[in-house]
Design a protein around this ligand. Structure first.
Ligand code: FDA
Length: 302
């Protein structure tokens, strides 16, 4: 793990800065990768994506929630997003983080919040994805997901390829719609692969497994090597385009997002919005310190 990566992960976890940034508005170049702070701004961004044949998964940004009041606010905001998707007929679904809805406050309370959102989305046929956070939240999030999946078919989650346990998890959740990623948090050596080579190899293995065994696979990466491998694999195995999609984050490799759509692949952009942008933004810098270019460009192109 590089020094820059460690540094940005550390910044992403700084609660004081996370709190302060909510009052700053979008700063430090975050406006390139966060689709505004309000529902109206987010809706405008998604309309543009949809006009280009790209669907969206919407993340009402929020983390470090340790108070019931904050989790209830997040729930209301996400319910408003569900309503906005329906009202504006957006080609979009929901991504949420269990901690935002109170996982660190109380599991039963979190379950009820999640259930309310999943039920409301189910009414409109909207899919809800549970984003995956750090290891300490992994099993509790999977447990909640399994419980809700028993009652609703519109939920799925993320498998992080850096975890040694990911292979077992993907087998367990093979009947679910899954997003597969490399993994964005700093995890210890006894739990997770640490080198790019090992993570990439496991990533490919998991993608291939779910493409062959699962109902639907979201391949979420900006890595063109992986994307090219997937294109070849689906063609060789006769996997139809309606069984998978590529996903990238809003503001990243936009040309490639459009190109893949033009090539006829399903494409879904992860669209974060809201005032709680700081932790998300710092994790993007941790993944790719070259993203600092974004900051520099934004600073000089005011
Ligand atoms: P990686 O960072 O490994 O880069 C590989 C290569 O791709 C680079 O060497 C470069 O050649 C090329 N490349 C990458 N980015 C580029 C850019 N911006 N411009 C040009 N070239 C570039 N994580 C998590 O833990 N939980 C989650 O729920 C999610 N959810 C999620 C959703 C979506 C839609 C995405 C895209 C990602 C996530 N992630 C995530 C984050 C994920 O785990 C991972 O940290 C990042 O996607 C970075 O890894 P990549 O696979 O994109 O490429």
């Amino acid at each position: 793990m590089s020094v820059a990566k460690d540094f940005f992960i550390m910044l992403s976890q700084n609660r004081m800065l996370n709190g302060a940034a909510k009052r700053w508005g979008l700063k430090l170049g975050a406006q390139s990768v966060v689709a505004g702070t309000t529902i109206d701004e987010m809706v405008d961004s998604i309309r543009k994506l949809n006009a280009n044949g790209i669907s969206a998964t919407i993340d009402n940004l929020g983390e470090f929630v340790f108070e019931k009041e904050e989790a209830l606010q997040a729930k209301e905001q996400i319910l408003a997003v569900v309503e906005a998707i329906h009202q504006h007929k957006l080609d979009a679904h929901i991504s949420l983080k269990p901690t935002q809805l109170g996982l660190d406050v109380d599991v039963d309370f979190c379950r009820e919040n999640l259930r309310e959102i999943v039920a409301a989305a189910h009414e409109y046929g909207i899919f809800v994805n549970f984003d995956m956070e750090d290891y300490s939240h992994l099993q509790p999030s999977f447990d909640l997901l399994e419980e809700l999946h028993g009652d609703y078919d519109n939920v799925g989650t993320v498998i992080q390829a850096y975890f040694f346990r990911a292979e077992e998890d993907i087998e367990k959740f093979k009947d679910y719609r899954l997003r597969i990623v490399k993994g964005a948090y700093k995890e210890p050596e006894h739990l997770a692969y640490q080198t790019k080579e090992a993570i990439d190899a496991n990533y490919i293995k998991l993608i291939e497994y779910h493409l062959l065994n699962g109902p639907f696979t979201s391949i979420a990466t900006h890595d063109h090597h992986v994307i090219n491998h997937v294109k070849k694999f689906v063609s060789e195995h006769g996997i139809p385009n309606d069984k998978f999609e590529f996903q990238m984050l809003y503001g990243f490799r936009t040309d490639m997002q459009l190109e893949l759509t033009k090539e006829g692949y399903n494409f879904c952009t992860y669209v974060p919005f809201g005032i709680d942008w700081y932790g998300y933004f710092m994790r993007r810098l941790a993944e790719r310190p070259q993203n600092l270019n974004l900051i520099v460009k934004q600073t000089f192109n005011k």
